[in-house]
Ligand binder design. Structure first.
Ligand code: TPP
Ligand code: MG
Length: 321
């Protein structure tokens, strides 16, 4: 049995709770009409970003998706600025002009969420090429959905990363849905990890709702990439608990299916059960962490709401022309 340090266990629990509470809070304020645009929630998938990012340092890169709040938080981005960005406020990472789908924090190596499905692959591969040319030991991780794995950009990126032996970790979050479309009706293979063979890189499957499994698989892939071994494809099997976006009427699946998945597979509950059973942590320790995170998220909303909106005169600033 692998032993985990208290520090790592605390990071796992703290990060998963932080993401869950952040997302529940965003949902509430979005439904109140306080958040502009669109939001896609990461609830139920917290173990993936958490287990992956536990292996990364600030100078490693991540590329995210339209469902990017969890990745941003796990990479260590400031929660106040993340919340402010989603609320469209000037104190956000992109001065409130990017919002949920363009959240980014270069200071921690979070290169950006992306409204274009499959838009992250070649940015991550490019970042990895930069790492290699600069002879650094860092890695570049790209998170993407099962739906995105059907885009040409995935295949182009996977091929180039392998051909050039770049330090890229492809992390597929297979949550069984791409918007309203179930996995089987749009994807040619049951396991997306099988696609790795076609590009000459290892492909592994992990239980995406088990933070320990995600952590261990990523650890191997990251070590390999840092030592010049090239890319790996990790497929994390999970389930999208919330609608595709907040407000989705979800006419394409039953409430029972979702309930069953959440009851049996909530990554946070599974973590709690495991650490209590193994006597790695106590109920008291878990409760204290959760309380601290509740306070942090509450403060982030106050920070966001007390921040000004960007001025209309700034609309053409920060654009590439
Ligand atoms: C290029 C492109 N095509 C279509 C869309 C519309 N769209 C947004 S999210 C999504 C589904 C993505 O599914 P998946 O990659 O599995 O990610 P998930 O939402 O399940 O996390 C689609 C089709 C888009 N944003 N960009
Ligand atoms: Mg999906």
């Amino acid at each position: 049995m692998t032993e985990y340090s208290k520090e790592l266990l605390t990071y796992f629990y703290r990060t998963m709770c932080r993401i869950r509470l952040f997302e529940e809070t965003v949902e509430k304020h979005f439904l109140n009409g306080e958040i502009p645009g669109f939001v896609h929630l990461y609830i139920g998938e917290e173990a993936i970003a958490t287990g992956v990012c536990a292996n990364l340092t600030k100078s490693d890169y991540i590329e995210s998706t339209h469902r990017g709040h969890g990745h941003t938080i796990a990479k260590g981005a400031d929660v106040n600025r993340a919340m402010a960005e989603i609320f469209g406020r000037k104190t956000g990472f992109c001065k409130g002009k990017g919002g949920s789908m363009h959240i980014a924090d270069f200071s921690v190596g979070m290169l950006g969420a992306n409204g274009v499905v499959g838009g992250g692959f070649n940015l991550a591969v490019g970042a990895a090429l930069g790492i290699k040319m600069q002879e650094r030991k860092d890695v570049s991780v790209v998170f993407f959905g099962d739906g995105a794995s059907n885009r040409g950009t995935f295949h182009e990126g996977a091929n180039l990363a392998a051909a050039w032996n770049l330090p890229v970790i492809f992390v597929c979050e297979n949550n069984k849905w791409a918007s309203t479309t179930p996995h089987g009706s749009q994807t040619s293979v049951e396991n997306i990890s099988d696609r790795a063979v076609g590009y000459g890189m290892p492909g592994v499957i992990v239980d995406g709702n088990d933070v320990f499994e995600v952590y261990e698989a990523t650890k191997k892939a990251v070590e390999r990439a840092r030592q010049g071994g090239g890319p790996t494809l990790i497929e994390a099997k999970t389930y999208r608990i919330k609608g595709h976006f907040v407000g989705d009427p979800e006419l394409y699946r039953t409430k029972e299916e979702v309930k069953e998945q959440f009851e049996k597979n909530d990554p946070i509950k599974r973590f709690e059960m495991k650490v209590l059973e193994e006597k790695w942590m106590t109920e008291k320790e878990l409760a204290a962490i959760k309380e601290e995170e509740e306070e942090l998220i509450k403060k982030s909303v106050e920070f966001a709401k007390n921040s000004p909106f960007p001025d209309a005169s700034e609309i053409y600033e920060d654009l590439y022309v």
